[in-house]
Design a protein. Structure first.
Length: 206
């Protein structure tokens, strides 16, 4: 359990909550040495922000992968309000967000630092639901507009987790999601090295 005076838990938020995505993320977490808060699954997110923080604090190791989903609700839905609570909590540091693309209309989209395409490659632009690179730096998805205004150091775009025409199927080992988590970890290690900080907490474990 996370005690008082301990450094904040490092969290990777994923803006998706469905069952297939949860299976893919559980596999990716195991393959990369991350923790995964399976209780965060749901369309929309079922747990409150405070309950999610408790789950994060109880996770065995960092980084902790957390799912948040507002099920396309244009208002301040459960996933969005929970995200704001988690983001503001002193015992949590959101180190990165995987912004999941979907076929959603009437959203502004969120700018990404880079994306991971359907082949697991890092690309400079955003991607669509199928994981194909598009001519924009904005990822559009059900929950990604909730990220606007949040001070998060790294936002990475990805297609529909666990799907992408079968390329990211859990039965295949969720290779695209695994690659995305690996790219996130490598970027965080590089940035930590640039700041002369100890990056060991983010080293993937096989």
């Amino acid at each position: 359990m996370h005690g008082s005076g301990s450094p904040p838990r490092r969290v990777i938020v994923v803006t998706d909550g469905d069952r297939v995505a949860a299976r893919a993320l559980a596999i990716a977490a195991k393959r990369t040495g991350c923790s995964f808060v399976s209780q965060s699954r749901g369309n929309p997110t079922r747990l409150s922000g405070v309950e999610l923080v408790r789950c994060i604090e109880a996770a065995p190791r960092d980084p902790v992968i957390l799912m948040l989903d507002d099920n396309g609700d244009p208002g301040e839905a459960a996933g969005e309000s929970a995200l704001r609570v988690v983001h503001a909590h002193p015992s949590v540091q959101i180190a990165a967000i995987l912004a999941v693309a979907s076929n959603t209309g009437s959203v502004r989209g969120t700018p990404v630092d880079f994306s991971v395409d359907r082949l697991g490659h890092r690309v400079e632009h955003a991607v669509d639901k199928d994981g194909r690179e598009i001519d924009s730096y904005l990822v559009a998805g059900d929950t990604v507009d909730a990220l606007r205004g949040l001070d998060v150091p790294l936002i990475v775009g990805i297609g529909d987790i666990g799907k992408m025409g079968g390329l990211d199927a859990p039965a295949r080992g969720a290779p695209v999601t695994t690659s995305a988590i690996e790219w996130v970890l490598m970027e965080l290690v590089w940035r930590a090295g640039q700041r002369h900080l100890e990056p060991a907490i983010f080293r993937p474990q096989r």
